[in-house]
Write a protein that binds this ligand. Sequence first.
Ligand code: FAD
Length: 402
Amino acid sequence: MSVDTVSRIVIVGASLGGASAAVALRAQGYSDEIVLIGAEQHLPYERPPLSKAVLLGNADEPDWVAASDYYADAGIAMLAGTTATKIRRGDQVVEAGGSDIRYDRLLLATGGRPRQLRVPGAGLDDVFTLRTLDDSMALRSRLISGANVVVVGAGWIGCEVGAAASQHGSSVTMVEPATQPLVRVVGQQVGAAFASLHRSNGVDLRLGTGVVGFSGDDRVQAVVLSSAEVIPADTVVVGVGIQTNIALAEECGLDLADGGVAVDASLCTSDPHIFAVGDIAAHDHPHYPGRVRVEHWANAKDQGSHVAQNLLGAATPFESRPFFFSDQYDLGCEYRGLADPEQDELVVRGDLHSLEFTAFWLRDSTVMAAMNVNQWDDGDALQELVDTRRPVSPDDLRASHF
Ligand SMILES: Cc1cc2nc3c(=O)[nH]c(=O)nc-3n(C[C@H](O)[C@H](O)[C@H](O)COP(=O)(O)OP(=O)(O)OC[C@H]3O[C@@H](n4cnc5c(N)ncnc54)[C@H](O)[C@@H]3O)c2cc1C
């Protein structure tokens, strides 16, 4: 396939993954048509600040993927506020905003939307979820001193929202059915360190209990727990994960996997004209068995940049290992790799309780994942350990000879 045959690339999803691809295409010298279709009214932006600086009131804007005049200057047709409703693969057409938009290559970067709780009262006013800039601004106005805020779910979004609410002086209850916050990613011991962090910042953390309903007339007034306890609430934030936006892919018959769109190592779907990146990409990763689908900022950004060359005819595998970060109160952390905390051996260098440590997850003497918490000197060394998977011993890791 030569560059000449690709005269129009259509991208559905104008957020980090999709816009990074558009920027990379232009950076690589592609000068034909790029159409970027996005359901949101805003220009493409990055979501991490929505649960951090924006929610804390330290910023009124997220980080933009590119400057506002970039798209027009770069000749990218930016269709904001436009939803793609159908893909007709036989015609190589996307239906969007009442038009048929022909493509030579199509990139799907449709991400996810918050999963809703299916319990009585879930539709009451002041029950929030957090995915968009508008969500963040609306929620921020509710996080005030003295407010009763209940956060449902102690995953990354729940923990960051709980931290922001607590820092605003709200009275925060966080409810999580699992035994510790973040337990599925970091396991019991590291999860317990995060539990201490939240409790020491005044959060009333309820573990091992679920939410069975919300009560109130029009507005939420209380959260009912599976323990039958009733927690007063004037604001509720439900942070129980996302549902991927894969209906377009499913309806046009693309292969699906792991809750996303199946892509090969080069991010190509089961249709050679269609690629997928970001939260929806269930990737046949060269370095892991099975598929890898992660919901991380770095993955969307890097896959978006990487896929540009493949849209133009290369078939270069995407090889980066997962990476994500989080900020809560004065804690910052970075996680590299992909571990199974139930199966892998945890080795900790430093002190879990002082919240200055590096956690390693070891399998067969290799580091599957490493997480540095409030430690910033070893990022490159940790990346090298995770990338090379060279043999190391727990003692070496504890003594920092790595
Ligand atoms: C509040 C928040 C904080 C986060 N913090 C971190 C963090 O600290 N660290 C980290 O690693 N990750 C973080 N993430 C995750 C990270 O932001 C996501 O992994 C990333 O945004 C995924 O990018 P994406 O382009 O795949 O999808 P998305 O960002 O979900 O974008 C998809 C876009 O496609 C649009 N769309 C969907 N369907 C259609 C359609 N049919 N037609 C047109 N447009 C459509 C959507 O409206 C949306 O704008 C955070 C996420 C959130 C919500």
